[in-house]
Design a protein around this ligand. Structure first.
Ligand code: UDP
Length: 483
């Protein structure tokens, strides 16, 4: 460590994650990373979300109450995006999170941290913190490619120059000749969301612009052209500090390791131990995306028809309940399905130990919805992907995997929609699995994915690109801190 180490110890940073698993986990990792560099790190969240963080290590957890959800249409105790009972209530939930402003401001005035790292889903934080003279770093939940692509889309609006939704256009100015169709572009990018949601995204953009800078959970070697484009062409102050999940390899994660050991007893990991290297397809669509039963049947049929081994984490309506769904036959193609796939496929009803599955040598491919955390976890494990985006930033992430990095193949999903799921037939699923698991093209993608995994690991070592970027940021914060 360098000479400002003594002062690092007095640097105190608040970390303020959005209220959803996919946001809390990387923010906690980020806090641990700062803490491992000598910074005092405090995660600020609501009691229910704090209880989802069992192993905080050196990171302090401070709770603030989510005031008066009764004043909203949300049910009692709805403090996390996962407990929002239906997609239609998501705008109400986004709006309700603004009620955290007052308790956050109280915590800021009491503790006076030097800086706050806030999720980009809290667009009001930059102004709140400014009242106390505290700089905000926005934690962008996605990568540089998406950040740049979305900015180019809003600057040049190329989707207005095509005559149908299905005509491809190239994203202007963005390196790599990236093609998209209007069907793949998020409604918020085309600015045709309902007014409340649109207001939210606009506020988020403004807050990003007013912030001290952006923290990106990515590494230079993964998307170098876009890191450079972001800084030099778009002129953003952005630091690459990831993959933050690799902080496990830095911090003294004793309690985390203990939990991993108990997780290691998960039957799917024992099952993987008995399989050949790179022979199993892992299928999981993150923590928020679920499919209708008719689509689950297509997935089941497609996986079986591919003839390849698989682990499938199924998000049915009973995802949080590990018991068998009474009407499960409705989402399996027929009654004998599970018997037939015995030894070949494993279905997990509930939460899968995803990182451990991906890191297992028997895992050869990951069918994913292209959530940024899932994608990075796959990259870190050197596992190529079968991509099936649905909404949010997922179509951009897919382009990065398939067109730029060339470590994945798509199932053919084309329709961005938060509410409706486009149907993908079992034949397309079978074809994508075979393409990813058989032949030279698949081998080539697997090799590239493994090379990227080595680079991810190097980026997070002493002197590696991400740790150096983090150190330079800490140095910046120390030199600009006035108290
Ligand atoms: N995840 C998991 N088990 C599951 C489903 C999800 O561990 O059964 C974790 C996954 O490892 C990742 C996160 O949940 O860290 C999902 O985040 P992502 O950004 O991929 O997608 P989101 O859930 O936000 O759509």
């Amino acid at each position: 460590m360098n000479s400002d180490n003594g002062r690092r110890l007095s640097l105190h940073i608040f970390f303020f994650p959005f209220l959803a698993h996919g946001h809390i986990t990387p923010m906690l990792h980020l806090a641990r990373l700062f803490s491992s560099r000598g910074v005092k790190a405090t995660v600020i969240t609501t009691p229910l979300n704090a209880s989802l963080i069992p192993h905080a290590g050196d990171v302090h957890i401070q709770t603030i109450d989510f005031p008066c959800p009764q004043k909203t249409v949300l049910p009692q105790g709805c403090e996390n995006l996962h407990s929002v009972p239906s997609q239609d209530l998501i705008p109400a939930f986004l709006k309700a999170t603004a009620m955290l402003r007052e308790p956050l401001e109280q915590a800021l005035s009491q503790c006076a941290p030097h800086c706050i790292v806030a999720d980009m889903m809290f667009p009001w934080v930059t102004r709140s913190a400014a009242e106390f003279g505290i700089p905000v770093l926005v934690f962008n939940g996605s990568g540089f490619f998406t950040l740049c692509a979305v900015e180019c889309m809003s600057l040049y609006r190329p989707y207005e120059d095509v005559s149908t939704d299905w005509d491809a256009f190239v994203i202007p100015s963005l390196p790599g000749e990236i093609k998209m169709t209007r069907t793949e572009v998020g409604h918020y990018v085309m600015r045709n969301e309902e007014p409340e949601t649109m207001k939210f995204f606009e506020a988020s953009e403004e807050s990003n612009a007013e912030s001290y800078g952006v923290l990106v959970n990515s590494f230079h070697e993964l998307e170098h052209d876009y890191v450079e484009y972001c800084r030099k062409v778009l002129g953003k102050k952005a630091w690459h500090v990831g993959p933050v999940s690799l902080c496990r390899r830095h911090t003294d994660g004793k309690r985390e390791r203990e939990s991993e050991e108990s997780n290691a007893k998960h039957e799917c990991l024992k099952w993987l131990d008995t399989r050949e290297p790179s022979s199993v397809v892992y299928v999981c669509f993150g923590s928020l995306t679920s499919f209708p039963k008719s689509q689950l049947r297509e997935i089941a049929k497609g996986l079986e028809a591919s003839g390849h081994q698989f682990i499938w984490a199924v998000a049915t309506s009973t995802k949080s309940n590990n018991n068998r769904d009474e009407d499960e036959e409705e989402w399996l193609p027929d009654e004998g399905y599970e018997k037939r796939i015995e030894g070949k496929g494993l279905i997990i009803r509930g939460w899968a130990p995803q990182v451990q599955i991906l890191e297992h040598k028997a895992t050869g491919a990951f069918m994913t919805h292209c959530g940024w955390n899932s994608m990075l976890e796959s990259v870190c494990a050197g596992v190529p992907m079968i991509t099936w985006p649905n909404y949010a930033d997922q179509f951009y992430n897919e382009k990065l995997v398939t067109s730029v990095l060339k470590i994945g193949v798509g199932v053919g999903a084309k329709n961005w929609s938060r509410l409706e799921r486009e149907r993908i037939e079992w034949e397309a699923i079978e074809k994508a699995v075979r393409r990813m698991m058989e032949g030279e093209e698949a081998e080539e993608m697997r090799k590239k994915a493994k090379e990227l995994a080595c680079k991810a690991s190097q980026a997070m070592q002493e002197g590696g690109s991400s740790l150096s970027s983090l150190d330079s940021l800490i140095h910046h914060l120390i030199s600009s801190s006035h108290h």
